[in-house]
Design a protein around this ligand. Structure first.
Ligand SMILES: NC(=O)c1ccc[n+]([C@@H]2O[C@H](COP(=O)([O-])OP(=O)(O)OC[C@H]3O[C@@H](n4cnc5c(N)ncnc54)[C@H](O)[C@@H]3O)[C@@H](O)[C@H]2O)c1
Length: 285
C-alpha cells in the first residue's frame, strides 16, 4: 500500500520540525510537495537539497516564501500549489513562534497577538484555504486493492470485502504539550496551542462527511532553534522541563515527523480529531 500518494503542503518548512516533516514526506515516497516559510534562504536551501537527492526519483517541489499571517500571502501560496499540482491531499500546519516566558501582567498585548496570530489564526487561515481546495477535488481512491482484500479477509470472520474508504484530504496541525498542560509564564503560548487543538476537533467534526480527516500532534520539548538557540525561549529552564518527562530527554524532530506522517497516511484512516501527544511522557507526569 502506497501510504502517501498525494500532494503535501507544509508551512514553517524552512527549519526545525517543519523541515523534518517536509523531508520525511519525500523520504516516504511523496513526490509532490509545496513548502513555505518566512525564512527565504533556508527555504531555498531545503528546496534545492530535496531536489538534489530526490529530483531523479520524480520529485517536484513548489516553494514560496512569505508571512503566513498574511491572508493574501496564504491565498497566493495555496493557489500556486494548486496550480502546480492540481490538488492538495495533505496539509501540515507547522509555522509557529514563541517568546521568552512571562506572567500575563508582564506581556504586552502586541506579544500576545504576535504569538496567537502565527500559531492559531494563521493555521486556521491555511486550513480554510486548503479545505476549499480539498472540497473541490475527487477523493483519492481506496489503497486496498481487491487482491489485498482477498488475502487479508479469509480468517475466522469470513471473507467480508472490507476496503478502506477513499480520502479527500488530511490536515495535521502542530499544537504542543502546552496546549494540554501548562507551565509558568506561558499564557499566550498555551492559549495559542489550546486553540489549535480546539480548531482541530471542530474541523474534524465539520469535514468528516466530506472524507477529510483533521488531527494534530502535541510535541513535548524538541531540540530546535525555538528551544535551544541563543534566543531559544526555554533555554534557561531547559533541564527542569526535560526532567518532567519520564523519558528524561528532548525529542528529535524526526520523532514528531513520524507521528505526522502516520496521521496523514492511509494507516490512520479511522483516526479523526485526535491530539496525539509526542512528548516522552511529559503530560502524564
Ligand atoms: N521545539 C519544540 O520543543 C516544540 C514543542 C511543541 C510545539 N512546537 C511547535 O512546533 C512548530 C515548529 O517549531 P520548531 O520547534 O521547529 O521551531 P522553529 O523556530 O525551528 O521553526 C518554526 C518555523 O516557523 C516559521 N515561521 C514563524 N513565523 C512565521 C510566519 N509568520 N510566516 C511563515 N513562517 C513562519 C519559522 O521561520 C520557522 O522556520 C511550532 O508550531 C512550535 O510551536 C515546538
Amino acid at each position: 500500500m502506497d501510504s502517501l500518494p498525494g500532494v503535501a503542503v507544509v508551512t514553517g518548512a524552512a527549519r526545525g520540525i517543519g523541515a523534518a516533516i517536509a523531508t520525511a514526506f519525500v523520504e516516504s515516497g511523496c513526490r509532490r510537495l509545496a513548502i513555505t516559510d518566512i525564512l527565504s534562504s533556508e527555504l531555498t536551501n531545503l528546496h534545492q537539497s530535496l531536489l538534489t537527492h530526490f529530483g531523479s526519483l520524480g520529485l517536484t517541489v513548489f516553494s514560496l516564501y512569505g508571512d503566513i499571517t498574511s491572508e493574501s500571502f496564504i491565498d497566493e501560496f495555496i493557489t500556486g500549489a494548486q496550480a502546480t499540482f492540481g490538488r492538495i491531499d495533505y496539509l501540515v500546519n507547522v509555522a509557529g513562534v514563541s517568546k521568552p516566558f512571562n506572567r500575563s501582567i508582564d506581556v504586552p498585548s502586541s506579544e500576545f497577538d504576535f504569538i496567537n496570530n502565527v500559531n492559531s489564526r494563521a493555521a486556521w487561515l491555511c486550513s480554510r484555504a486548503v479545505l476549499r481546495v480539498m472540497l473541490s477535488q475527487e477523493p483519492l481512491p481506496s489503497p486496498d486493492s481487491e487482491q489485498d482484500t482477498a488475502a487479508t479477509t479469509t480468517g475466522p470472520q469470513g471473507s467480508s470485502r472490507w476496503r478502506r474508504p477513499p480520502q479527500r484530504g488530511s490536515i495535521v496541525n502542530v499544537a504542543s504539550q502546552l496546549g494540554i498542560v501548562s507551565r509558568p509564564g506561558a499564557s499566550a503560548y498555551c492559549a495559542s496551542k489550546a486553540a489549535v487543538i480546539g480548531m482541530t476537533r471542530a474541523d474534524a467534526i465539520d469535514y468528516s462527511k466530506d472524507l477529510i480527516r483533521v488531527n494534530c500532534v502535541c510535541p513535548g520539548l524538541v531540540s530546535t532553534d525555538m528551544t535551544t538557540s541563543s534566543e531559544g525561549v526555554v533555554n534557561e529552564g531547559l533541564a527542569g522541563s526535560v526532567e518532567i518527562a519520564p523519558m528524561g530527554r528532548m525529542g528529535d524532530v524526526r520523532e514528531v515527523a513520524d507521528c505526522v506522517l502516520f496521521l496523514s497516511s492511509w494507516r490512520a484512516s479511522f483516526v479523526q480529531g485526535h491530539a496525539m501527544v509526542v512528548d516522552g511522557g511529559y503530560v502524564i507526569n
